[in-house]
Design a protein around this ligand. Structure first.
Ligand SMILES: C[S@@+](CC[C@H](N)C(=O)[O-])C[C@H]1O[C@@H](n2cnc3c(N)ncnc32)[C@H](O)[C@@H]1O
Length: 201
């Protein structure tokens, strides 16, 4: 999806913008799988990152829709949580000029076209410290139909993260989302997704 479509989605109720962190992110944090400083790429209005920041992580979120970043900053101020929210392009991560111990991607990877994936992965290589963990939550090819985001197979994840990465685990989960009455009908419990944990070697 391009920038304009995301801008439009944020004019109304974006289905992923549930007002709370994704259960998969909460589970990862509770399992000690989120370490040190965290970058959330495509952070939207920041619920996942604010949850992690409240847990004591140094937290940076990046999104290319200014209104989403503005909402994230407002929430951080209202909740008294320290977090950095930056307007920027996830395909130019090197511009951040720093590295993190953990990167989370909740719903971004599956938005990229084939030719954008290597660009994204190269940028991740620059911002994640060797030994750091990347957690990718993306739409799964086990979700029936084709409405909504592009479906991703486990093999596509493995192919994207071949050089300089070790895919530790790819687990089936569900995205929590707000169903739209006129929108796509997804699986009970939310769209089927993959949670991939990938180490930067
Ligand atoms: C499905 S939403 C998920 C938002 C957030 N991670 C969440 O879970 O609520 C994907 C997000 O990625 C952002 N995005 C898409 N392409 C991007 C890009 N090239 N650079 C930065 N952000 C991007 C969109 O603006 C949107 O906020």
């Amino acid at each position: 999806m391009d920038h304009q479509l995301f801008e439009q989605m944020y004019q109304g109720q974006a289905p992923w913008d549930t007002g709370r962190p994704q259960p998969a992110i909460v589970k990862l944090a509770q399992a000690g799988q989120i370490r040190g400083s965290v970058l959330d790429v495509g952070c939207g209005t920041g619920e996942n990152l604010l949850y992690l920041a409240a847990g004591g992580h140094e937290a940076w979120g990046l999104d290319f829709v200014p209104v989403a970043i503005q909402r994230a900053r407002t929430k951080a101020a209202e909740r008294g949580i320290a977090a950095h929210f930056v307007v920027g392009n996830a395909l130019e991560l090197n511009k951040l000029g720093r590295q993190f111990d953990t990167v989370i991607d909740c719903g971004l990877f599956h938005t990229f076209a084939d030719e954008q994936r290597p660009v994204f992965v190269r940028g991740l290589t620059e911002v994640l410290r060797p030994g750091g963990l990347l957690h990718v939550l993306c739409f799964s090819d086990e979700e029936p139909g084709s409405e909504g985001p592009r479906r991703i197979s486990r093999q596509e994840i493995r192919d994207a993260f071949q050089d300089g990465w070790k895919v530790q685990q790819i687990e089936p989960i569900h995205f929590e989302s707000i169903p739209r009455p006129d929108g796509p009908k997804f699986s009970p419990g939310g769209p089927k997704a993959w949670l991939a944990t990938i180490e930067r070697t």
